[in-house]
Design a protein around this ligand. Structure first.
Ligand code: 13P
Length: 283
Protein backbone atom coordinates (compact mmCIF):
# COMPACT_ATOMS: atom_id res chain seq x y z
CA UNK A 1 0.00 0.00 0.00
CA UNK A 2 1.62 3.25 -1.19
CA UNK A 3 0.85 6.09 1.24
CA UNK A 4 2.19 9.45 2.37
CA UNK A 5 3.91 9.75 5.76
CA UNK A 6 1.09 11.41 7.70
CA UNK A 7 -0.81 8.47 9.21
CA UNK A 8 2.23 6.25 9.69
CA UNK A 9 4.16 8.93 11.58
CA UNK A 10 1.22 10.17 13.64
CA UNK A 11 0.61 6.57 14.67
CA UNK A 12 4.31 6.21 15.54
CA UNK A 13 4.14 9.37 17.67
CA UNK A 14 1.20 8.02 19.65
CA UNK A 15 2.79 4.56 19.95
CA UNK A 16 6.24 5.98 20.91
CA UNK A 17 8.19 4.15 18.23
CA UNK A 18 9.87 5.31 15.01
CA UNK A 19 9.43 4.31 11.37
CA UNK A 20 12.65 3.55 9.49
CA UNK A 21 13.59 5.41 6.34
CA UNK A 22 15.90 3.19 4.32
CA UNK A 23 17.55 4.82 1.32
CA UNK A 24 17.38 2.85 -1.90
CA UNK A 25 19.93 2.66 -4.70
CA UNK A 26 18.56 0.18 -7.20
CA UNK A 27 15.92 -2.44 -7.87
CA UNK A 28 17.55 -5.12 -5.75
CA UNK A 29 17.80 -2.97 -2.60
CA UNK A 30 14.21 -1.87 -2.99
CA UNK A 31 13.07 -5.48 -3.28
CA UNK A 32 15.10 -6.66 -0.27
CA UNK A 33 13.85 -3.80 1.94
CA UNK A 34 10.21 -4.28 0.91
CA UNK A 35 10.37 -8.04 1.49
CA UNK A 36 11.97 -7.73 4.92
CA UNK A 37 9.61 -4.98 6.10
CA UNK A 38 6.63 -7.03 4.91
CA UNK A 39 7.98 -10.08 6.76
CA UNK A 40 8.22 -8.04 9.97
CA UNK A 41 4.92 -6.25 9.35
CA UNK A 42 6.60 -2.83 9.63
CA UNK A 43 5.67 0.36 7.81
CA UNK A 44 8.58 1.72 5.77
CA UNK A 45 9.74 4.91 4.12
CA UNK A 46 11.82 4.41 0.98
CA UNK A 47 14.13 7.42 0.87
CA UNK A 48 15.45 8.40 -2.55
CA UNK A 49 18.17 11.03 -2.88
CA UNK A 50 18.54 13.12 -6.02
CA UNK A 51 21.75 11.19 -6.73
CA UNK A 52 19.89 7.87 -6.49
CA UNK A 53 17.07 9.19 -8.70
CA UNK A 54 19.62 10.10 -11.38
CA UNK A 55 21.33 6.71 -10.99
CA UNK A 56 18.06 4.75 -11.23
CA UNK A 57 16.92 6.67 -14.31
CA UNK A 58 14.62 9.50 -13.21
CA UNK A 59 11.76 10.41 -10.87
CA UNK A 60 9.08 8.44 -12.71
CA UNK A 61 11.31 5.36 -13.06
CA UNK A 62 11.69 5.32 -9.26
CA UNK A 63 7.94 5.55 -8.73
CA UNK A 64 7.17 2.85 -11.33
CA UNK A 65 9.83 0.59 -9.88
CA UNK A 66 8.41 0.83 -6.37
CA UNK A 67 4.77 0.58 -7.44
CA UNK A 68 5.39 -2.49 -9.60
CA UNK A 69 7.42 -4.24 -6.89
CA UNK A 70 4.69 -3.52 -4.34
CA UNK A 71 2.15 -5.06 -6.71
CA UNK A 72 4.19 -8.10 -7.81
CA UNK A 73 5.51 -8.92 -4.34
CA UNK A 74 2.03 -8.44 -2.81
CA UNK A 75 3.30 -5.90 -0.32
CA UNK A 76 0.49 -4.81 2.02
CA UNK A 77 2.41 -2.75 4.61
CA UNK A 78 2.31 1.07 4.31
CA UNK A 79 5.13 2.23 2.00
CA UNK A 80 6.00 5.91 1.50
CA UNK A 81 8.03 7.08 -1.50
CA UNK A 82 10.02 10.00 -0.13
CA UNK A 83 12.40 12.45 -1.82
CA UNK A 84 15.38 12.70 0.53
CA UNK A 85 17.06 16.15 0.68
CA UNK A 86 15.33 17.78 -2.28
CA UNK A 87 17.61 20.69 -3.08
CA UNK A 88 15.07 22.90 -4.86
CA UNK A 89 11.36 23.59 -5.34
CA UNK A 90 11.79 22.34 -8.89
CA UNK A 91 13.12 18.96 -7.73
CA UNK A 92 10.25 18.57 -5.22
CA UNK A 93 7.68 19.44 -7.90
CA UNK A 94 9.20 16.88 -10.28
CA UNK A 95 8.97 14.25 -7.53
CA UNK A 96 5.36 15.13 -6.69
CA UNK A 97 4.34 15.14 -10.36
CA UNK A 98 5.97 11.73 -10.82
CA UNK A 99 4.01 10.24 -7.91
CA UNK A 100 6.28 10.52 -4.86
CA UNK A 101 4.03 10.57 -1.80
CA UNK A 102 6.35 12.67 0.33
CA UNK A 103 9.16 15.18 -0.19
CA UNK A 104 11.86 16.77 1.88
CA UNK A 105 12.73 20.30 0.85
CA UNK A 106 16.17 20.89 2.30
CA UNK A 107 16.61 24.66 2.27
CA UNK A 108 18.66 24.53 5.47
CA UNK A 109 21.61 26.26 3.81
CA UNK A 110 19.44 29.37 3.32
CA UNK A 111 18.82 31.98 5.99
CA UNK A 112 15.75 31.24 8.12
CA UNK A 113 13.41 33.68 6.31
CA UNK A 114 14.22 32.09 2.95
CA UNK A 115 13.90 28.54 4.32
CA UNK A 116 10.43 29.51 5.64
CA UNK A 117 9.43 31.13 2.34
CA UNK A 118 10.50 28.12 0.22
CA UNK A 119 8.94 25.59 2.60
CA UNK A 120 5.61 27.48 2.52
CA UNK A 121 5.75 27.44 -1.27
CA UNK A 122 6.23 23.67 -1.50
CA UNK A 123 3.63 23.09 1.25
CA UNK A 124 1.07 24.89 -0.93
CA UNK A 125 1.90 22.73 -3.95
CA UNK A 126 2.23 19.43 -2.06
CA UNK A 127 -1.08 19.80 -0.22
CA UNK A 128 -2.98 19.77 -3.53
CA UNK A 129 -1.70 16.22 -4.08
CA UNK A 130 -1.89 15.03 -0.45
CA UNK A 131 1.91 14.78 -0.44
CA UNK A 132 3.60 15.26 2.95
CA UNK A 133 6.55 17.62 3.45
CA UNK A 134 9.65 17.39 5.66
CA UNK A 135 12.00 20.32 6.24
CA UNK A 136 15.39 20.75 7.89
CA UNK A 137 16.42 23.48 10.27
CA UNK A 138 19.92 24.12 11.51
CA UNK A 139 22.36 22.03 9.53
CA UNK A 140 23.03 18.28 9.63
CA UNK A 141 26.73 17.74 9.04
CA UNK A 142 28.76 15.00 7.37
CA UNK A 143 28.87 13.59 3.83
CA UNK A 144 26.03 12.29 1.70
CA UNK A 145 26.08 11.67 -2.05
CA UNK A 146 29.57 13.21 -2.07
CA UNK A 147 28.28 16.48 -0.58
CA UNK A 148 30.01 17.45 2.66
CA UNK A 149 28.65 20.05 5.06
CA UNK A 150 29.32 21.42 8.52
CA UNK A 151 27.07 20.94 11.49
CA UNK A 152 24.93 23.79 12.87
CA UNK A 153 22.52 23.06 15.74
CA UNK A 154 18.84 23.97 15.34
CA UNK A 155 17.61 26.64 17.74
CA UNK A 156 14.42 26.20 19.76
CA UNK A 157 12.94 29.67 19.05
CA UNK A 158 13.67 29.33 15.32
CA UNK A 159 12.08 25.85 15.25
CA UNK A 160 8.93 27.25 16.88
CA UNK A 161 8.73 30.13 14.40
CA UNK A 162 9.49 27.80 11.47
CA UNK A 163 6.76 25.27 12.25
CA UNK A 164 4.19 27.94 13.14
CA UNK A 165 4.69 29.83 9.88
CA UNK A 166 5.16 26.92 7.48
CA UNK A 167 2.89 24.34 9.18
CA UNK A 168 5.34 21.78 7.78
CA UNK A 169 4.31 18.16 8.42
CA UNK A 170 7.67 16.95 9.80
CA UNK A 171 10.75 18.71 11.04
CA UNK A 172 14.36 17.49 10.98
CA UNK A 173 16.16 19.69 13.50
CA UNK A 174 19.95 19.31 13.33
CA UNK A 175 20.96 18.35 16.86
CA UNK A 176 24.35 16.73 16.49
CA UNK A 177 23.77 13.84 14.08
CA UNK A 178 25.77 13.62 10.84
CA UNK A 179 25.41 11.81 7.54
CA UNK A 180 27.94 9.06 6.94
CA UNK A 181 30.40 7.84 9.56
CA UNK A 182 30.91 9.57 12.92
CA UNK A 183 34.30 10.62 14.13
CA UNK A 184 33.99 9.36 17.72
CA UNK A 185 30.71 9.13 19.69
CA UNK A 186 27.76 11.12 18.32
CA UNK A 187 26.85 13.94 20.66
CA UNK A 188 23.11 14.52 20.38
CA UNK A 189 21.37 17.33 22.27
CA UNK A 190 18.43 15.35 23.72
CA UNK A 191 17.31 18.17 26.01
CA UNK A 192 16.82 20.49 23.04
CA UNK A 193 15.24 17.67 21.01
CA UNK A 194 12.55 17.19 23.65
CA UNK A 195 12.00 20.93 23.99
CA UNK A 196 11.59 21.34 20.21
CA UNK A 197 9.24 18.35 20.10
CA UNK A 198 7.01 19.72 22.87
CA UNK A 199 7.06 23.37 21.83
CA UNK A 200 6.46 22.76 18.11
CA UNK A 201 4.07 19.76 18.49
CA UNK A 202 5.57 18.54 15.22
CA UNK A 203 6.77 14.97 14.64
CA UNK A 204 10.57 15.02 14.40
CA UNK A 205 13.01 13.27 12.06
CA UNK A 206 16.51 12.08 12.89
CA UNK A 207 18.96 12.07 9.98
CA UNK A 208 22.30 10.30 10.08
CA UNK A 209 21.01 7.11 11.69
CA UNK A 210 24.20 5.17 10.90
CA UNK A 211 26.58 4.83 13.84
CA UNK A 212 24.27 6.13 16.57
CA UNK A 213 24.40 3.63 19.46
CA UNK A 214 21.17 1.76 20.22
CA UNK A 215 20.60 3.46 23.59
CA UNK A 216 20.83 6.89 21.95
CA UNK A 217 18.36 5.83 19.25
CA UNK A 218 15.91 4.79 22.01
CA UNK A 219 16.47 8.05 23.84
CA UNK A 220 15.86 10.03 20.64
CA UNK A 221 12.53 8.21 20.17
CA UNK A 222 11.55 9.12 23.74
CA UNK A 223 12.33 12.77 22.88
CA UNK A 224 9.89 12.94 19.95
CA UNK A 225 11.74 11.36 17.01
CA UNK A 226 9.30 9.34 14.84
CA UNK A 227 11.36 8.76 11.70
CA UNK A 228 14.99 7.66 11.54
CA UNK A 229 16.99 7.75 8.31
CA UNK A 230 19.46 4.96 7.58
CA UNK A 231 21.62 4.91 4.48
CA UNK A 232 25.37 4.43 5.02
CA UNK A 233 24.97 1.36 7.24
CA UNK A 234 23.15 -0.55 4.50
CA UNK A 235 25.86 0.46 2.03
CA UNK A 236 28.57 -0.82 4.38
CA UNK A 237 26.98 -4.18 5.21
CA UNK A 238 26.07 -4.78 1.55
CA UNK A 239 29.52 -3.91 0.17
CA UNK A 240 31.30 -5.95 2.86
CA UNK A 241 29.19 -8.99 1.97
CA UNK A 242 29.83 -8.54 -1.76
CA UNK A 243 33.59 -8.09 -1.24
CA UNK A 244 33.69 -11.26 0.83
CA UNK A 245 31.68 -13.18 -1.78
CA UNK A 246 33.98 -12.04 -4.58
CA UNK A 247 37.11 -12.93 -2.69
CA UNK A 248 35.70 -16.43 -2.07
CA UNK A 249 34.34 -16.76 -5.62
CA UNK A 250 36.77 -14.90 -7.88
CA UNK A 251 35.56 -16.65 -11.04
CA UNK A 252 31.93 -15.53 -10.75
CA UNK A 253 30.76 -12.97 -13.31
CA UNK A 254 26.95 -13.26 -13.14
CA UNK A 255 25.82 -9.83 -11.85
CA UNK A 256 22.75 -11.36 -10.20
CA UNK A 257 24.99 -13.52 -8.06
CA UNK A 258 27.34 -10.64 -7.26
CA UNK A 259 24.65 -8.07 -6.35
CA UNK A 260 22.52 -10.75 -4.70
CA UNK A 261 25.35 -11.85 -2.42
CA UNK A 262 24.56 -8.78 -0.30
CA UNK A 263 20.86 -9.65 0.09
CA UNK A 264 21.07 -11.37 3.48
CA UNK A 265 23.28 -8.60 4.92
CA UNK A 266 20.72 -5.95 3.93
CA UNK A 267 17.78 -7.98 5.21
CA UNK A 268 19.48 -8.72 8.53
CA UNK A 269 20.26 -5.01 9.08
CA UNK A 270 16.74 -3.98 8.10
CA UNK A 271 15.33 -6.46 10.62
CA UNK A 272 17.64 -5.24 13.40
CA UNK A 273 16.58 -1.62 12.78
CA UNK A 274 12.89 -2.52 12.78
CA UNK A 275 13.31 -4.19 16.19
CA UNK A 276 15.39 -1.29 17.55
CA UNK A 277 12.94 1.36 16.34
CA UNK A 278 9.92 -0.63 17.60
CA UNK A 279 8.09 -0.62 14.25
CA UNK A 280 7.62 -4.41 14.11
CA UNK A 281 3.91 -5.32 13.79
CA UNK A 282 2.91 -1.67 13.47
CA UNK A 283 1.82 -1.89 9.82
P1 13P B 1 23.29 7.87 7.23
O1 13P B 1 23.90 7.76 5.87
O2 13P B 1 24.25 8.41 8.23
O3 13P B 1 22.66 6.62 7.67
O4 13P B 1 22.15 8.99 7.12
C1 13P B 1 21.08 8.80 6.25
C2 13P B 1 20.26 10.02 6.12
O5 13P B 1 20.13 10.81 7.04
C3 13P B 1 19.56 10.24 4.85
O6 13P B 1 18.91 11.46 4.80
Amino acid sequence: MIVNMKDMLNKAKKGKYAVPQFNINNLEWTKYILEECQKNNSPVILGVSEGAIKYIGGYSVVVSLIKELVKELKITIPVAIHLDHGTSIDSCIKAINAGFTSVMLDASKEILDENIKLTKEIMRYASKFKVTVEAEIGHIGGTEDNVTSNIMFAKVDESIRFTKETKVDFLAPALGSVHGLYKGEPNLDFKRMLEISIKTSTPLVLHGGTGIPDDKIREAISCGIVKININTELQIVWSNAVKMYLSNNPMVYDPRKIIGSGEMAIKETVRQKIILLGSENQA
